[in-house]
Write a protein that binds this ligand. Structure first.
Ligand code: HEC
Ligand code: HEC
Ligand code: HEC
Ligand code: HEC
Ligand code: HEC
Ligand code: HEC
Ligand code: HEC
Ligand code: HEC
Ligand code: HEC
Ligand code: HEC
Ligand code: HEC
Ligand code: HEC
Length: 327
């Protein structure tokens, strides 16, 4: 009898001893890492600070996460319960307006986003923040930015600048017939609505060449802005409609006022300069000067047209006859 009791007590002691030495692990049955990697003999809550290298897990601890206690992320102490997606632990403050992938814009160092990254975020959306856009308050475009909502919105100029279009006066875009494709003429990097859009190609019947390239749109289109607010486009591509001879030019080249008048300035002049490259090609249809025997033999129109008043051709400078017919 005593023998039996002794044996039973011994067995009971052994069981108790086993329980006392290794209590049930809270980390789950599949957890295989040696207890002493993390625990010390001073008690289960006295951790071995340096023991466990978290960077070998699927979720290396960086930034602010290094300061966070294990239990904040592993409340169940079943370590593989934790999910690696930021949104599994952090509430989506943006209310679903930017998606679940917080790591696209944030890291674990801070929620604050540096200016350069804000620009990058916009570039990725195909909306580069340039000029006045780069310095505008977020709220100007994201009406709920103060609530950290960044709802989808249109990125075309007209979506935000409809008011500017409607109220444009010089010129009145609607009257003049300018389209709502602002980018054709305006550059969003500009802080003003001057028109020098990158891709702007001027009317094919009047390409801007020579001195016209540098001329402001307004000098041709609406500087002669009438009180009636009728701001028509330059109506004609005839040079004469914009250019006329100044009195000083008339004095120097009186022929301009008589015979030349039925021609357009562009029949003889180019758009770069009034004084160079003058070439009156039509002349050859009644008197060959750019071809035939006279090709390269004269230097100035006045070699033949020295009688400016009547513009009669005079051959006597080189010939002693006057047939009046050129070869
Ligand atoms: C990777 C590190 C790590 C390893 C390895 C580890 N533990 Fe833990 N254990 C912890 C952490 C962290 C806590 C929570 C400490 C606290 O409360 O701050 C903990 C808590 C405990 C607790 C106390 C539970 C409670 O509710 O307070 C026990 C018991 C325990 N561990 C047993 C074990 C046993 C047994 C092993 C070996 C099989 C083991 N642990 C291995 C990290 C570890
Ligand atoms: C900021 C949150 C965070 C903190 C703080 C943190 N962990 Fe983790 N831990 C994770 C995440 C997320 C995982 C990945 C879970 C997985 O592998 O499925 C992980 C994985 C682990 C794993 C591996 C689990 C597995 O099965 O592979 C262990 C062990 C672990 N952590 C222990 C700890 C200990 C010990 C501490 C404190 C020293 C700690 N963790 C602090 C988030 C954290
Ligand atoms: C497993 C849970 C977990 C995951 C996953 C996680 N965090 Fe954390 N994070 C925490 C905890 C816990 C804190 C401590 C502060 C707290 O309690 O909110 C913290 C703190 C931070 C902080 C410090 C600022 C603050 O709120 O105190 C930042 C920033 C942060 N996390 C960013 C991230 C980012 C970005 C990701 C994804 C790459 C991420 N976290 C993933 C749990 C997590
Ligand atoms: C498309 C980029 C983007 C994504 C994705 C994103 N955020 Fe943000 N988040 C921001 C911006 C921008 C701010 C404002 C930062 C600032 O003011 O410096 C912000 C601010 C925050 C703040 C700080 C709020 C405060 O107190 O000022 C938290 C917290 C935050 N985000 C959490 C998250 C979480 C959680 C996720 C994922 C669910 C997430 N964010 C996804 C862009 C993003
Ligand atoms: C001039 C207008 C404008 C300003 C100013 C502006 N944004 Fe945006 N933002 C946009 C546009 C347009 C988009 C693209 C929206 C879309 O695609 O739906 C955008 C997109 C975003 C997104 C979402 C990106 C994503 O991937 O979903 C965030 C976050 C954002 N902006 C934050 C900011 C912050 C923070 C500021 C201030 C520092 C700011 N924005 C200033 C026009 C602006
Ligand atoms: C998401 C809205 C948004 C879009 C899209 C947008 N802008 Fe803006 N734009 C603004 C805001 C806001 C300002 C700053 C206004 C201020 O500071 O008063 C601005 C300023 C400007 C300015 C400076 C002159 C002014 O009125 O302040 C020009 C020029 C301009 N934008 C051109 C463009 C062009 C060209 C496009 C298309 C390529 C465009 N914008 C697209 C919102 C937008
Ligand atoms: C076909 C070319 C063209 C298109 C398209 C165009 N504009 Fe203009 N816009 C101009 C020209 C040219 C000026 C005068 C610029 C100058 O004075 O240098 C101008 C001037 C403006 C002005 C200043 C007006 C004033 O009264 O001072 C605003 C505002 C403006 N545009 C807005 C817009 C907006 C918004 C759009 C698109 C919805 C747009 N424009 C489309 C050519 C265009
Ligand atoms: C040197 C004079 C001159 C300048 C400078 C000039 N234009 Fe014109 N533009 C004309 C003439 C002339 C026409 C008419 C052409 C025709 O009908 O054959 C015209 C036609 C147009 C048209 C209507 C045809 C079309 O392509 O849609 C637009 C729009 C226009 N101009 C915009 C501009 C803008 C914007 C600028 C400044 C970047 C500008 N113009 C600068 C002379 C000029
Ligand atoms: C719609 C009006 C318009 C038309 C049409 C036009 N021009 Fe001009 N032109 C201008 C403007 C504006 C300037 C800029 C100089 C100025 O302010 O007088 C200019 C400048 C010039 C200059 C440079 C003048 C200088 O002082 O250096 C020449 C040369 C010229 N134009 C030739 C021509 C020729 C040739 C044609 C016909 C092919 C023509 N222009 C058609 C408006 C026009
Ligand atoms: C039939 C040809 C012809 C026509 C048409 C014509 N010009 Fe001329 N123009 C000339 C010639 C030739 C000269 C002298 C150039 C030289 O010295 O080589 C000249 C000289 C000038 C000069 C002086 C340049 C200087 O050297 O300072 C101006 C200004 C001028 N023309 C303007 C005009 C204007 C404006 C028109 C239209 C209203 C016009 N021309 C029409 C042939 C023409
Ligand atoms: C080799 C001699 C010669 C030269 C050089 C010459 N012309 Fe003439 N031009 C003539 C003759 C000949 C006529 C026709 C007879 C006449 O009207 O006297 C004529 C006629 C004209 C007429 C009148 C056409 C009409 O419609 O009645 C003009 C204008 C004219 N020339 C302009 C020029 C200009 C501009 C130049 C210089 C670029 C020039 N000519 C150079 C010989 C010349
Ligand atoms: C600037 C000098 C100059 C002027 C002015 C001039 N010519 Fe000539 N002309 C020439 C030269 C040089 C020849 C070529 C002679 C040669 O090749 O044998 C020529 C050849 C001719 C020929 C051909 C003669 C032949 O033998 O084949 C005729 C005809 C002619 N000129 C008529 C005129 C008439 C008419 C005028 C006035 C309207 C005129 N020329 C003005 C220089 C001039």
């Amino acid at each position: 009898m005593l023998k039996k009791i002794t044996i039973l007590s011994f067995l009971l002691f052994c069981v108790l001893a086993i329980f006392a030495q290794s209590p049930k692990s809270p980390h789950g049955v599949k957890f295989k890492i040696d207890c002493t990697t993390c625990h010390t003999t001073e008690g289960w809550n006295k951790m071995n600070e340096k023991g466990f290298n978290h960077n070998k897990t699927k979720f290396p601890l960086a930034g602010q996460h290094k300061m966070v206690g294990c239990k904040k992320c592993h409340p169940s102490l079943q370590f593989n319960d934790a999910k690696t997606e930021c949104s599994s632990c952090h509430a989506d403050i943006h209310q679903g307006t930017v998606g679940r992938d917080c790591g696209r814009c944030h890291n674990s160092h801070s929620w604050i986003i540096p200016n350069a990254n804000v620009k990058q975020i916009h570039r990725q959306q195909g909306f580069v923040l340039l000029g006045a856009h780069a310095t505008a308050d977020c709220n100007r475009c994201h009406t709920s930015a103060s609530k950290l909502r960044f709802d989808n919105m249109r990125t075309d100029c007209y979506a935000c600048h409809q008011f500017n279009y409607q109220s444009a006066k010089r010129p009145n875009h609607k009257t003049v017939g300018f389209g709502t494709d602002c980018e054709r003429c305006h550059n969003m990097a500009g802080r003003e609505w001057t028109a020098k859009g990158r891709g702007f190609v001027h009317s094919s019947s009047f390409p801007l060449t020579g001195a016209h390239k540098a001329a402001e749109c307004r000098t041709c289109h609406w500087d002669n802005y009438s009180a009636a607010e009728k701001e028509d486009l330059a109506k004609s591509n005839q040079c004469n409609s914009c250019h006329s001879l100044k009195n000083s030019d008339k004095a120097r080249f009186p022929a301009h006022t008589t015979k030349y008048l039925k021609y357009d300035c562009g029949d003889c002049h180019n758009t770069t300069s009034w004084s160079s490259g003058v070439r009156f090609t039509q002349h050859d249809s009644w008197g060959r000067i750019y071809s035939g025997k006279h090709k390269g033999k004269w230097t100035k129109c006045t070699d033949c047209h020295n009688n400016d008043a009547a513009y009669v051709a005079n051959c006597s400078k080189c010939h002693s006859f006057s047939s009046g017919k050129l070869p």
